[in-house]
Ligand binder design. Sequence first.
Ligand SMILES: Cc1ncc(COP(=O)(O)O)c(C=O)c1O
Length: 460
Amino acid sequence: MDEPTFRTIIEPFRIHSVEPIRMTTAAERADRIAGASYNLFQLHADDVLIDLLTDSGTGAMSRDQWAAIQRGDESYAGSPSYFVFRDAVRDLFDFDHVIPVHQGRAAERILFSVLGGPGRVVPNNTHFDTTRANVEATGAEAVDLVIAEGRDPASHHPFKGNMDLDALDALLTARGADVPCVFVTITNNSGGGQPVSLENLRGVRELCDKLGKPLFLDACRFAENAWFIREREAGQGERDVVDIVRDIAALADGMTMSAKKDPMGNIGGWLALDDPDLAQECRNALILTEGFPTYGGLAGRDLEALAQGLKETVQHDYLRYRITSTAYLGEALQKAGIPVLSPIGGHAVYIDARALLPHLDPLQYPGQAVAVALYEIGGVRSCEIGTVMFGRRPDGTEAPAPMDLVRLAIPRRTYTQSHMDYVIEVCQRLAERAHRLPGYRIVEEPNALRHFTARFEPVH
Ligand SMILES: Cc1ncc(COP(=O)(O)O)c(C=O)c1O
């Protein structure tokens, strides 16, 4: 008999343990967000109904991950759990040195403390906020070289995360001596969760080889990126995602990793690389702040959970569900006439707040206005990825970011389709009142990563 096909792609799991959501009223929410100075990061999470602030560390672990936690060995040095973790990483990313860290930004800080410094320049398709901040904290310059389509919210390019190879070539030719390494972020989070093609990665590799520069991956969402390659890149459709991931890894010299994303951890990360001297310098830096190189700031049980998570994240049933359920939300918003970045990304749907609120100037933070309104209307917490996050330059001046987006990030295996149907309704209400939403001004901000702690005021 032919395999029957069905329109509905189900969650490929049953719910094993539940966490209650506390219902709130509109009046409560108005009070809470004012009390948080209109900064969504300052809310108490139990005042949030559906938390789409981030997909980082917020996923549900599996039964087998919880079981693996029981196997955690907490030896300070040489824990067996480290070797289980290292082998699981190497099974996908075959780098000689695998250095655990407590989360992705620790890997960034350590690597750039060795490779960065004044006068240096680091190209990336799009630096994530912590990556940019860690490059800049050393006095180096962070340059984003994503293709032009990657900056156009309406473009339908299948690999909008691709690096602009001509621009990279030009930078390497003009300033080769200042470039310590080239980075590619997969998927491109700040550019809308958009994938990078294998072909583009090969092109980046060739340019790196021309000048002898190491290529590093910021690989948080490598499995989602590999699934998009399987779905969209010529000749990849029949391949196992594991083989695609290995091909990606083989093109690079190293990686930084936040294991709070595709590896299904609630905490964790790693730095992996081939260069033994660089690895040694990084280990020395690691010991100073993170811990001994076989635990790097994590518990042995965390390392076990990540090793198991790495096996689960490359399963096709999981990835099909993951990418389809993100598209379910995005396509429903498109049908409702809400401008969203297309194609829909892997881990999140990005509302184009600049297009939705044309009455606001980017320096009145349209993304912040949408994010606050989503919370006030329905208790949905999202994240501004725009002028608040990227508008402040290292010299303290301010300029509009390339896009003003609001990210609805979907935690892995956490919410069901009815939660998403609720989010769709909240977004529809938002669209109805979009023309009336006020802009915001910042009344207090730190020098770096201001979006986490800045205080805002509505401008009526
Ligand atoms: C692309 C990218 N790089 C780096 C990071 C930093 O990772 P962490 O939050 O674990 O420090 C993130 C986190 O969201 C990310 O999305």
